[in-house]
Design a protein around this ligand. Structure first.
Ligand SMILES: C[S@@+](CC[C@H](N)C(=O)[O-])C[C@H]1O[C@@H](n2cnc3c(N)ncnc32)[C@H](O)[C@@H]1O
Length: 275
């Protein structure tokens, strides 16, 4: 019985006050809402930081966060959820190819800007680049993909562009051949594809240095972590950076209903601005 009790005891003590401090700081810094039901997840994600820092409990960790800001990026990186995959929600890439690229061709558009605004480990912007591949070698076109995320760890992985074979399951053998080079038992995105993507750390809550206009903005599977006010603010700012004939693409469980009147739904989680 004694052993059972010991096994159940948490490695580090996290008081309600500690959790309150952590979730307030996370909200202020990232917009991510951490309700009570996520306490266990927060605990297990931050335990690693306590071990690295050699701290004995969450009181000490909260003090470390208060004392100097060096721990803040690690704190943020530990709390973000980075799940992604190549051609996730594939209908968005079909739409990009069949509708958007066809529209650009018809209008003779030369300058094309696409923003992957929560790019995680890079699968989303590389899927965009693979979709745009037929246009990328056309010297008369000026195409740039901006890929941003708050989390510096995932951004470093995105920039490296090296992925295990199993993560390429959604990609045809022809596209793998055209887009990746084998690297040991992994695959690296070809430099010619990487060259079209500009990776940058950017917190959606803070000022954005870009002027736009963007032709397509991907903001997928990040707004689910935000509250309504944060969503409203970010969507309003997307509108100012999106060209009048551009598209805003969001995640499968997200909606602009009750969030913005500036957009109209024209496909599955695909919006156009109302001009
Ligand atoms: C679940 S991933 C989504 C990745 C990709 N967009 C997709 O749909 O597959 C969410 C990403 O949002 C990022 N994120 C969370 N809060 C953010 C913020 N305030 N600013 C920018 N990125 C943020 C996280 O770091 C994470 O990489």
């Amino acid at each position: 019985m004694g052993t059972e009790h010991l096994e159940d005891a948490p490695e580090f003590l996290m008081t309600d006050k500690n959790f309150e401090y952590i979730r307030t700081l996370a909200y202020q810094q990232t917009g991510i809402v951490l309700p009570e039901r996520k306490k266990h997840m927060v605990y297990s994600r931050l335990c690693r930081r306590l071990r690295v820092l050699g701290l004995s409990d969450f009181n000490a960790y909260c003090r470390a966060l208060e004392k100097d800001h060096q721990e803040l990026p690690n704190f943020i990186n530990a709390l973000t959820t980075n799940l992604t995959s190549f051609f996730r929600e594939n209908h968005h890439f079909d739409f990009l190819r069949d509708v958007v690229m066809a529209q650009w061709k018809k209008s003779g558009k030369k300058r094309i800007r696409v923003w992957s605004s929560a790019c995680s480990t890079g699968e989303e912007p590389y899927s965009i680049a693979m979709t745009l591949q037929p246009l990328l070698n056309q010297s008369q076109l000026d195409i740039k993909i901006l890929a941003t995320d708050l989390d510096t760890n995932v951004l470093a992985k995105a920039q490296a562009g090296v992925y295990p074979q199993e993560s390429l399951d959604n990609i045809s053998p022809e596209l793998i051949k055209a887009s990746f080079s084998p690297l040991g038992n992994q695959y690296e995105v070809k430099q010619s594809l990487k060259d079209n993507i500009h990776f940058k750390q950017l917190n959606l809550l803070q000022p954005w240095p870009m002027k736009g206009p963007f032709d397509v903005i991907f903001c997928r599977n990040v707004m689910i972590y935000f509250d309504t006010d944060t969503r409203k603010q970010i969507i309003a700012r997307f509108r100012t950076l999106l060209s009048n004939d551009g598209y805003l693409i969001i995640g499968h469980s997200e909606t602009l209903h009750h969030i913005s009147e500036d957009f109209t739904l024209i496909g599955q989680t695909i919006y156009r601005p109302i001009s």
